[in-house]
Structure formats: C-alpha cells, structure tokens
Design a protein around this ligand. Structure first.
Ligand SMILES: *Cc1c(COP(=O)(O)O)cnc(C)c1O
Length: 406
C-alpha cells in the first residue's frame, strides 16, 4: 500500500468534533492545517510542554540544529516563515540596536527601503510586501513581472536600501528572473544583505551557498514540524533578527513546544529514507494514472516540482467537451465529498488540476483513486455542477468573510 506516513486512516477525531474529514492531495496548505506531525516530533513537543526552560538556551539548541542542517553560522525558530521574513528585514534595518528595534515600524531618519524583483512579489496566503512593510520599510520592486536585468536591480539600490528579499517558490514567476547568485553579487557590491524566502524549499544548504545572508524556511511544510519558521544565516544578521522578539516579533511569538518540535523535525528530516519515500510517492502517482487511463477526455502527466524539490505531481487535464466537466468542476466536486479530497488548484483556470502525493496517510491513496473514478464516471454520465472561476479565485478571502464565530 503506497503511503508516506505510518498512521492509519481514522476519522473518529473529525467525527467527535464535528470537523470535515480531509484527504490532502494539494501540498502544504495553511488553510487545511499545514502538515501532519509524526510521533517523534509530537513526543518532543509533549516532553517540553510541562516544563520551564530558559528560552535563550532553548534557542541556542535550535541554533545548533539549524547550523547542522543548513551550514549557517546561526539560526533561531520563530512563529512561521512569514514572521521570519519580517524579523530578518527588521534585523537588517536595526542591527543590534534595541532602541531602534523597539521603535519599529517608526524610524528615526529616512524610511528604509527593501528591494524585491517584481516577479517575486507573491501572495502565500498574505502578500509578502506586507510582511516586509510591517517593519516600516518601503518595498521597492525592480524589473517587471517577467523581466529583470542587472541594471534595473542596481538602479533600485540606494543608500536607503537596508535589505533585498529573494523568493524561491512556485508562487513566483518562473522565467525572466535574476538567479540568486547574480542577485546576491549585485546587492553585496552595494553592501545590501540578501534575505531568501525559501519557505517551501527542500534545499537547506544551497541558498546560503549561492550568497544568501539569511534564509527563511517553514517548519510545518515539508519538514513535517509544528507551525514555526526557521531563520538561518550569518551570525550578525541572525542575532539582529532574533533581537526583534522584544519588539515587532512579540506578536509573532513562538512557544517552547514549537521550538523543540522544530529541532526534532530537523533531526527526523536528516534521518528520513528518501528513496523509500520517493518510491512510495511514485507508486501512488502510477496508481492514480492507471485509474484514469481509460477515462475519456482526461489526459494525465507526471510533472516535476517547478522549483526542483525532489517530488512529482500528477497533472490532470480535462477536456470538458469529452470528460463532461472542467478541471475546476472536478476539484470542487472532490472537495465537497466526504472525506473532502483537497486537490492542488493554483492553475485550474488553465484546464488542469494537480494531485500531490506528499501528505497521504495509509489507505488514503486508494480512497482518492476510487473518488477520482466515481467523479469522472459521474461527469461522463450527467456532468458536474457549474463552477464560477471568479468564486474560486476569490475563495481565500470569502472563507474569512463568511466565518462568523460560534
Ligand atoms: C508558505 C510560504 C510562506 C509562508 O510560510 P509560513 O511559515 O506559513 O508563514 C512564505 N513564503 C513562501 C514562498 C511560502 O511558500
């Protein structure tokens, strides 16, 4: 049975609490609880919860684990990657001056600036421009969405520039962008530190090797840790970012359980059997592919991750004239069933959805196979309910607006 986690499928928790059962074939999504946390990490979190610890000592332990995993000089754990971006930018602005850190987002003198390539101005559930602007800095975008040249970055840098942010993600434009090494070279020539948002990237060493001064990761994405962020980099900037916990970072507080859980997640990550995991994921993709091979109007392709993470997804193209449904209709139908099958629909208006095998627990791949076959048969027989693509595009916000509490 192909699976990437050892846990048996069990919906009693959801039933007991009146929560919708979910099978996640979308990837790591904040909206459905990020990732599942394995027994070792749970154990670490449970072990520290009933105890007092000196938090600076605990963050020193975290720093050691981060240094081991990334090759950085130092690191610490924060609330999430978005917090890590804010604190790193703030650290680049204030250095180790606690007075300046407490005053943010106000500044004594001129408003500091932070440069970002236009094609990197992404939204990961919130705009990255806001994560930067929380520090009081002005975001200066350089180049255009699909086009940036060296002189444009150089022209965006001035004596007001305190940092440059580079985003490595499927959320950003994938062509015409300046690669990190050149980006860092141009920034460093002007004394500007480079902060890389690599929240969802598996590569824990490459960005620093290419010239990043600080790299930020999510603990709750591929690492399978608790909700937290990892800041890794050169010691001066990491220390300045850490200092922000007495200012801006207070509203982004991370608990001892998440720090210790992140340490455990990093250790787990180093010990994982990558070949076994890759083989299980490939077997799942092959099974789904086989299950849809005979479905009219459905074309299936295995596609590599766009940023080079070592994983593949199944791209399911639907020809609505023949299949009886669009990819968006199939996605909404699968999500409205029980359990809800949440697919990856970032690009669904282009005619396909993606199935991500990374977050399945035992037995779930088979449920997805059955539900895909049922849905495609139903689409053939009678079509699927209409879907407004504008509703789908706006649902990240409508979910919040529709929430009314108890
Ligand atoms: C997920 C993501 C974030 C946000 O990460 P959190 O840890 O959830 O705050 C930021 N940037 C990118 C590129 C992401 O993919």
């Amino acid at each position: 049975m192909p699976s990437t986690h050892e846990t048996e499928m069990d919906w009693s928790f959801h039933r007991d609490h009146g929560l919708t059962p979910i099978i996640n074939v979308s990837g790591t999504m904040t909206s459905i609880g990020a990732s599942t946390v394995g027994a070792e990490v749970q154990g670490a979190m449970a072990a520290i919860l009933p105890r007092f610890v000196e938090m600076h000592e605990l963050q020193t332990l975290a720093s050691k684990a981060i240094v081991e995993a990334t090759g950085a000089e130092a690191g610490f754990v924060t609330a999430c990657a978005s917090a890590g971006v804010t604190l790193s930018v703030a650290g680049a602005i204030t250095g180790l001056d606690a007075g300046l850190a407490e005053r943010l987002p106000e500044h004594a003198g001129e408003r500091p600036e932070v440069v970002v390539q236009s094609g990197h101005l992404c939204h990961y559930g919130a705009p990255i421009t806001q994560a930067i602007a929380l520090t009081g800095a002005r975001v200066v975008s350089v180049g255009q969405s699909t086009h940036v040249q060296d002189h444009q970055l150089a022209a965006g840098l001035s004596e007001r520039t305190k940092a440059a942010v580079f985003v490595a993600s499927h959320h950003v434009v994938h062509y015409g962008q300046m690669p990190l090494a050149r980006f860092a070279e141009i920034c460093h020539a002007r004394g500007v530190p480079v902060i890389v948002d690599a929240a969802s990237e598996y590569d824990l060493t490459g960005f620093l090797a290419q010239g990043a001064d600080v790299v930020v990761y999510s603990a709750h994405k591929f690492l399978g840790g608790p909700t937290a962020g990892i800041v890794a980099g050169g010691r001066p900037l990491v220390r300045a970012a850490y200092l922000q916990n007495l200012g801006l970072g207070r509203g982004m507080k991370v608990g001892k359980e998440s720090i210790f859980g992140t340490i455990a997640a990093l250790q787990q990550w180093r010990q994982r059997d990558t070949n076994q995991i890759a083989a299980a994921q490939q077997a799942t993709l092959d099974a789904w592919r086989g299950a849809m091979a005979e479905s009219p109007g459905v074309r299936v392709e295995t596609v590599p991750d766009p940023t080079g993470n070592p994983l593949s997804r199944l791209q399911v193209w639907l020809d609505p004239e023949i299949a009886g449904a669009t990819a968006a209709q199939l996605a909404v139908h699968l999500a409205s069933g029980n359990p809800a099958i949440i697919t990856r629909t970032h690009e669904v208006e282009l005619g396909y959805l993606l199935l991500d095998p990374c977050n399945l627990t035992a037995g779930q791949a088979e449920v997805v196979t059955e539900r895909l076959q049922e849905a495609l048969a139903l689409a053939q027989a009678s079509g699927l309910p209409a879907v407004d693509l504008n509703d789908l595009r706006n649902r990240g916000t409508t979910g919040y607006l529709n929430w009314g509490g108890a």
